[in-house]
Design a protein around this ligand. Structure first.
Ligand code: DLL
Length: 437
């Protein structure tokens, strides 16, 4: 099921032509309207008129989150504030937030890309969708909201948190779709158990989840626990919010990039060199239609790869593989690079292990130490002898060693020990940071 078949199934040749036209237009626009870009282009000795093919994009400079911070709040805007109808901001971990703006046209594009995502998940105007993404400066809530209204479905704008109320609405308002972060979908599984709500008896059949990495094992937990199909959507505030790419249920493997709006590249994060199809690297996006704050070659810090193979769903939009982590979240444990989602994968391969875990990184002497706290099903915790729990811990430690190559201490903890996420989960507690003040 397509929302916009003309663009979602456009022959590659036509799409490339459209992308080039749009790229030429956007480079012209940022060069003329944004001082930062004019300076950067001049430094790189490149002019908008030098962009004669899509490959010429490689001549353009990258944009980073720091560029946005340095131009805080509005200096990266290419549109005058009269034409801006919305402002969002993402709270950085340090210092000032990153500010993004939208013209009316940008809000429309956003709603369109989100409409594609919900339609791909099998949702239509006949559906009722509970939107449990947070409303506010975070782009999840309003981004999903406009997409749901666009397809003509009924949106329940409940926002994140307050699980009891979520469960009440799930039972009484009978939504057939839900959207939130995957970790919140997992938290709701647990809340439903507490409240004696059988999620399988509810009419929810599709969930649209994103805003954080989640492994395929986490997907399985959610799909089995809820009795629904779980679809991955990806995006980031700087590019538009959710709606940059979306999964189709036919393949459930890779996310189609809305390439008629966002040109995607994968680069080697160290050298900046563009990597070939299939190689993991940092995702870089250029917004080719956005008006308020068009970004050229924005470095996302997200790690993924591109897959150009034809998709059984018929969409010609290329796919990016599921994002498994951000370069910022990568832990370097005694020289080995580890993403939290890799640890999640190993844990959830084991039955009886619940999708609630936390990774604590510390420094013991000169060496980094990792402790993984993970909950086990109540039956196991209550009935198994200590010896058996210890055996399970040892099995998990071995799997982590064998698959990831790091030594981690695993501690099975009682149900409800780990904090339940309502938005983006905080998987890692890095005590080493404190050492540096
Ligand atoms: O998280 C936008 C969004 C909202 C996407 C709702 C999907 C659903 P930011 O708060 O700016 O925007 O955070 C963007 O979140 O760079 C990734 O690191 C991460 N992220 C987003 N979606 C996914 C995903 C929103 N599906 C940052 N898988 C991005 C893995 C994701 N990571």
């Amino acid at each position: 099921m397509y929302w916009d078949p003309a663009h979602e199934t456009m022959p590659r040749e036509d799409l490339a032509k459209l992308q080039l036209e749009r790229l030429q237009r956007v480079t012209e626009r940022v060069y003329n309207c944004v001082e930062h870009y004019r300076r950067k282009f001049d430094e790189a000795k490149v002019k908008p008129s030098d962009i004669k093919s899509l490959d010429d994009i490689r001549r353009l400079p990258f944009t980073t989150k720091d560029d946005l911070r340095d131009n805080y709040p509005y200096k990266m805007f290419a549109a005058s504030i009269d034409n801006v109808v919305r402002i969002h901001a993402s709270s950085g971990t340090t210092g000032k937030p990153t500010v993004v703006g939208y013209t009316r046209g940008d809000v429309d594009i956003w709603a369109e890309t989100m409409a594609r995502s919900f339609t791909a998940a099998g949702l239509t105007n006949k559906d009722i969708i509970q939107n449990a993404f947070g409303y506010g400066l975070f782009t999840g809530g309003l981004g999903a909201h406009y997409g749901i209204e666009k397809i003509g479905a009924s949106v329940i704008p409940v926002s994140g948190g307050n699980s009891k109320r979520q469960l009440l609405f799930l039972q009484d308002f009978a939504p057939t779709g839900i959207c939130c972060t995957p970790s919140y979908a997992a938290s709701l599984l647990d809340a439903a158990k507490d409240e004696g709500v059988d999620l399988h008896k509810l009419p929810v059949r599709a969930g649209v989840f994103g805003a954080e990495p989640w492994s395929v094992q986490m997907r399985r937990e959610i799909e089995e626990g809820w009795g629904m199909t779980a679809i991955d959507i990806y995006g980031l505030s700087e590019i538009i919010g959710p709606g940059v790419s979306f999964e189709c249920p036919e393949a459930q493997k890779g996310l189609h990039v809305n390439e008629d709006h966002f040109y995607v590249e994968v680069i080697n994060p160290e050298t900046g060199e563009v990597l070939p199809e299939g190689e993991n690297g940092e995702l870089v996006f250029t917004t080719i239609t956005k008006e308020a704050i068009p970004l050229i070659r924005f470095r996302t810090r997200d790690i993924s790869s591109i897959d150009r193979s034809p998709c059984p769903c018929g969409r010609t939009l290329i796919k990016m593989n599921k994002v498994f982590g951000r370069t910022d979240d990568m832990l370097i444990i005694r020289g080995v690079n580890v993403f939290p989602s890799q640890i999640e994968e190993v844990l959830l391969e084991n039955r009886g292990i619940l999708p609630y875990y936390q990774i604590v990184v510390d420094k013991k002497g000169a060496l980094d130490s990792v402790e993984v706290l993970v909950e086990v099903a109540e039956e196991i915790f209550v009935t198994d002898e200590i010896r058996k729990l210890q055996e399970t811990e040892a099995i998990l430690e071995k799997s982590i060693k064998d698959t990831i190559g790091i030594t981690a201490k695993v501690r099975l903890v009682e149900p409800k020990t780990i904090y339940r996420s309502e938005g983006k989960a905080q998987r890692v507690i890095d005590k080493r940071e404190k050492l540096h003040g």
